[in-house]
Design a protein around this ligand. Structure first.
Ligand code: ATP
Ligand code: MG
Length: 380
């Protein structure tokens, strides 16, 4: 099997990999993906190999794109920062979109989403926006980016003032090993090749960082931004993330709107974060009241909206708009959604200056069914 060979697995490990049924197809064969002969993704973590890792047989040989490592969350700023980092900590904005790894395979760029799917929509955008210059000089590097904007199939967001979709580099890593370049070097490389990167908010000594971060978080919260990722400037220590109260509430709003399609852990952990933040931020009575109201509203309002929707005979769904350059890629994307197990309904497809605009609804079947059954008097 080419995967075991590429990863240098022992015969034993290779057998376990097969038995555990961890490998899945990473893409739908299509002329748009002409450089790739076969590609498999890791559905789960396997030893050192991260979930979302892709091993691809390409026209130029086998390539391994490692999965993006999980970033753990700090629940307190003090003393987490002191305890976790060494001398200094780099504070970057955490942008809210979806995680995309962009790598070169054969003659073209390919965009991998978190779980290791090669996404047709994101790949088309990456080919148009990123260009080959960087990869001509660094063919063995991967750009780890946040894809943000209103035209996002997964996390549509207005806050960045991006109508379409754009990529912001947050890490640059070696393709087979996932070894990152330092924070400075990343910014330098991005500037050299005209790539957007996430804002660096500052580099602080670990002793005073918690106060600076608290101020950044307050400001980011007011601006509707997501939070920060704290990094060792040399990228030798794993990063930590920390989010604003507004984001925690926003996540809850989303999760409770689709409450039966979302994991309970997702909701629970966000409520716990609010407790620790409220404790640490030494709030005034007024600030505390605001937090309580924000949290309560984030839970109840979206749930009631969903219940009303089902009562009036509709499905609970998320409405999404995407623009494609080619209709073939749009069709391929719809097949891709089906492959990912996403339930959707196309509302309209229209031509618009040189592109195709797709409106579709992502149907939240489980939440819809659950609400319907309760409205019909079924006990929980
Ligand atoms: P994770 O397993 O990485 O924690 P998650 O799906 O729970 O994943 P998030 O809570 O959104 O993700 O936090 C991590 C993600 O934040 C990264 O995977 C990346 O997509 C995104 N991100 C945004 N900005 C940055 C940044 N400056 N540095 C690192 N990651 C960033
Ligand atoms: Mg995210």
């Amino acid at each position: 099997m080419f995967v075991s060979e590429a990863l240098g697995l022992s015969r034993h490990a290779s057998k376990t990999l097969e038995e555990k049924n961890i490998l899945r197809e990473a893409f739908i064969p299509h002329p748009f993906f002409s450089d790739i002969i076969e590609a498999l993704r890791f559905e789960r973590k396997f030893g050192e190999i991260e979930e979302g890792t892709v091993v691809a047989k390409t026209i130029n040989g086998v390539r391994i794109v490692r999965g993006f490592p999980k970033i753990r969350r700090a629940l307190t700023l003090y003393p987490s920062i002191r305890k976790h980092f060494e001398r200094e900590v780099a504070v970057e904005e955490k942008m809210n979109g979806y995680n995309v790894r962009i790598a070169r395979m054969g003659k073209n760029l390919y965009a991998f989403t978190r779980r290791g799917y090669i996404c047709p929509y994101t790949t088309e955008r990456a080919r148009n926006l990123i260009g080959m210059d960087f990869f001509r000089d660094f063919p063995d590097h991967v750009l780890c980016c946040e894809a943000v904007g209103e035209e996002s199939p997964f996390v549509p967001k207005r806050i960045y003032g991006i109508e379409g979709l754009d990529f912001f580099v947050f890490d640059i890593r070696k393709i087979g090993t996932n070894e990152p370049v330092s924070v400075d070097r990343k910014i330098q490389m991005c500037e050299e090749y005209g790539l957007n990167h996430v804002p660096l908010l500052g580099i602080y000594g670990t002793r005073e960082a918690h106060e600076a971060v608290r101020e950044h978080i307050r400001k980011l919260g007011r601006d509707g931004r997501e939070g920060v990722v704290l990094k060792d400037p040399e990228m030798k220590i794993e990063p930590l993330k920390y989010t604003t109260s507004e984001t925690n509430a926003g996540d809850l709003r989303y999760a409770f709107r689709y409450f039966n399609d979302y994991g309970k852990d997702f909701m629970f952990s966000r409520i716990i974060r609010e407790g620790f933040q409220s404790f640490e931020f030494e709030e005034s009575q007024e600030e505390f009241r605001e937090r309580c109201l924000r949290l309560g509203r984030a839970i109840l309002e979206p749930m009631i909206e969903s219940i009303k929707e089902v009562r009036s005979g509709e499905w609970v769904s998320e409405k999404i708009r995407l623009k494609f350059h080619s209709i073939e890629v749009m069709e391929l994307f719809l097949r891709h959604l089906r492959k990912m197990g996403i339930d959707y309904r196309v509302k309209s497809v229209s031509k618009e200056n040189g592109g195709v605009v797709l409106h579709f609804e992502r149907i939240m079947r489980s939440t819809t069914d659950k609400i319907r059954s309760h409205l019909e008097g079924q006990p929980w």
